[in-house]
Ligand binder design. Sequence first.
Ligand SMILES: Cc1cc2nc3c(=O)[nH]c(=O)nc-3n(C[C@H](O)[C@H](O)[C@H](O)COP(=O)(O)OP(=O)(O)OC[C@H]3O[C@@H](n4cnc5c(N)ncnc54)[C@H](O)[C@@H]3O)c2cc1C
Length: 392
Amino acid sequence: MVERVRFLVVGGGSTGTAIAYYLSNEVGRDVVLLEANRIGSGQTGYSTAIIRLHYSTPEVARMALTSYRVFERFEELVGGSCGFRRVGFVLAVPERLRAGLERNVSMLRSLGVETWTISPDEVKDLIPQADVDGIAAAAYEPGSGFAEPTETALSFAKAAAGNGARIVEGVRVTKVVVEGNEASRVVTERGEYAPETLVLATGVWTQRIASTFGRDVPMKVLREEIGVFARPEDFRGEHPVFADLGLDFYMRPHGDAETYVGSIEPPPTAIASPDEGGRPVSRETFLSYHERISRRFPAFERSPHLVRGWTGLYDVTPDWHPVICRDPEVRNLIWAFGLSGHGFKLAPAIGMAVRDLALGRRPEFFDPDHFSIDRFSRGRPITTTYGTGVVS
Ligand SMILES: Cc1cc2nc3c(=O)[nH]c(=O)nc-3n(C[C@H](O)[C@H](O)[C@H](O)COP(=O)(O)OP(=O)(O)OC[C@H]3O[C@@H](n4cnc5c(N)ncnc54)[C@H](O)[C@@H]3O)c2cc1C
């Protein structure tokens, strides 16, 4: 039997659950979300979930700011918890990136973001354990921090269900049938759906699903490893989130005594299968992260211990920016993928934008063409201050 559905969302990560929530705020029970495993079990579950506002383009900065305002008052606005912790965010750059950083900060301030440029000495005031050698300047955001990614997706899903949406876990889409210019049927392991509008929020698995209807998406899957390091006794308590474009690493606290460490730009050769997430961290990565964090925070030299770690995957587009658009060929298909390793913090705004696209409205934050799937083939990628990488 084929079930007719008005809005069918595939994927129950932070992206798909936020979309289901914002859509169901308006159309309630007309939303069905299908998730192959469990809510938040995809890359959302491996995320370090940093929430910051520093971006190079007003479009993404506006999305980050709108999302931030949701994370700040999540319980009141959405319901449930997102685990947001406001520890502050410092982005440190070498001399060659100073002018770009200052330009970004003034663009962000013009949008109402609470951020300013600080000197290396001020970095040291914020994190006394830092050796600021090689830092020319930094951007500081006192209100930023990190959240709990799986909890956030679960809360969005619960709130969507509270609006009447149906959240179906453990059901994998095996095929999308496109007839003419329409996605007419979505085949799953347990039955078929005929959606009026189909939203694909399937992250690193998007090429797999797109192949079932003969499409190639502009995205590759890159491996990003996260190491969890123990901090020595004189470096305890929650430190600000710290990103270092000179030494290419970022770190965020996990409780009082541990720090998550990742790279800002994973090696472009680290191409992975979408099913590889969760593997342990390699010894080379551990050594390389330890060397970099010890240069910036020498206290780590006395703590060469990797407590644990995991491999996450990024769905990376050629310009490290998402695809959020109606498909130019299939009239009832909307894409939301290619979050490129920085999409957790944007989930609320993506949810709102896809709601608008699905309801035939113009998204609030960007021109409908801005995140189009064909911007690469048209030679119009998004350009940013720092080039590629998660901080762009
Ligand atoms: C290691 C790591 C660190 C990160 N750090 C940050 C950070 O600090 N800040 C930040 O903002 N972002 C960060 N990100 C990125 C962010 O976590 C992701 O962009 C975001 O969570 C992606 O969510 P998603 O819903 O698009 O994808 P996923 O969470 O992967 O969700 C996709 C879902 O689709 C489901 N699915 C796939 N195929 C099918 C199918 N055929 N049928 C049914 N269901 C299907 C999957 O099971 C999965 O649950 C990080 C990512 C990683 C991996």
